[in-house]
Design a protein around this ligand. Structure first.
Ligand SMILES: Cc1cc2nc3c(=O)[nH]c(=O)nc-3n(C[C@H](O)[C@H](O)[C@H](O)COP(=O)(O)OP(=O)(O)OC[C@H]3O[C@@H](n4cnc5c(N)ncnc54)[C@H](O)[C@@H]3O)c2cc1C
Length: 291
């Protein structure tokens, strides 16, 4: 049985306490949210934090609520709560579709929004959702609070802009009118990580694409997005041709690696198919049809 190296355990009761503990224990301290990514890394000795700061008691960060023209999601919100949220389902069906295929109920009951995006696994599904929706991350430290676009959040695989003494407290997504969204993933078996997955929202003005966001995961896309494809679609008629061109652009622009989940060309092909599907379904949903 694999066991982690020894570590000190601290439990925070509030965000302020968690930040004070981060400051006191320095860069070798790590926050413990659901533990579904960090603990396996520790058991494999790929992570060796000297101190774990358990933030599972921070109920103040467990919420999904409307705040003006945005939806705010607390960092300690569990996957299961995202899946069950009527507010998110009403505005962005992409969350329901992504969460249904993230792991299994055991992981979804424990894993958190904050832990997911801070772990920064290049195959993580919610990162593609937030990239598509162009959400923002709220990061707090003893010095105050700063907001970072989620498209600038990931510095590289397993690395984010959250620095020493800082913690992610909230993710915010803008509410848009006349918008449809969707997510599709191909996995080897139910509950597995993506071979490739894509998510999108489309906002229509008449039959023109007023705005669009595309997120893809597990295929080496910078910041989980396809910016060129979005730019080509924005301001154009929401036609089959425009969708096909955007899907091809995403497939050409991503950088998948061959691994046990499949060769590079197969993953690239999947990206094209999945992006086309989510764009078509988002457009249908924005038009008021069935997505
Ligand atoms: C069997 C299994 C299958 C899975 N399948 C999928 C899948 O299909 N798709 C998918 O997307 N994910 C999948 N996951 C990952 C799952 O979603 C995890 O819950 C998630 O990656 C980590 O969330 P956590 O709350 O457990 O974070 P933790 O493991 O507690 O923490 C992860 C990292 O984030 C840091 N952190 C946590 N919270 C904060 C914060 N508020 N501020 C700053 N840093 C923070 C921690 O210090 C740590 O470095 C799977 C996990 C397992 C175990």
């Amino acid at each position: 049985m694999q066991v982690p190296p020894p570590f000190e355990y601290q439990r925070a009761g509030t965000v302020d306490e968690a930040i004070a503990l981060l400051d006191r224990h320095g860069p070798e301290a790590r926050l413990l949210a659901g533990g579904h990514s960090l603990l396996p890394m520790m058991k494999l000795r790929l992570a060796r934090p000297e101190t774990l700061i358990d933030i599972n008691g921070l109920s103040e960060l467990d919420y999904i609520r409307r705040d003006g023209d945005e939806i705010a999601i607390g960092a300690m919100t569990r996957h299961a709560s995202v899946l069950a949220s009527a507010l998110l389902a009403e505005h962005y069906h992409i969350f329901v579709e992504a969460e249904r295929v993230i792991a299994d109920p055991l992981v979804r009951n424990r894993g958190t929004v904050g832990g997911s995006i801070c772990h920064a696994d290049p195959s993580e599904d919610l990162s593609a959702v937030f990239a598509a929706l162009r959400g923002n991350a709220v990061i707090r430290s003893a010095r105050g609070s700063r907001t970072v676009a989620l498209r600038d959040f990931h510095v590289g695989p397993y690395e984010t802009v959250v620095g020493a003494g800082e913690m992610l407290t909230e993710v915010r997504v803008p509410i848009r009118t006349r918008t449809g969204s969707a997510f599709e993933k191909v996995e080897r078996r139910a509950g597995d990580w993506s071979i490739a997955a894509a998510g999108a929202f489309v906002q229509l003005d008449g039959d023109m694409v007023a705005d669009v966001g595309i997120g893809i995961t597990a295929v080496g896309a910078e910041q989980f997005t396809c910016v060129e494809a979005e730019e080509a679609l924005r301001g154009r008629a929401a036609s089959d041709e425009a969708v096909a061109a955007a899907a091809s652009s995403c497939a050409a622009g991503c950088r998948p690696s061959a691994d046990q989940r499949g060769p590079e060309d197969y993953k690239r092909h999947l990206v094209g198919v999945l992006v086309a599907r989510v764009l078509h379904r988002s457009i249908a949903s924005a038009r008021g049809g069935v997505a």
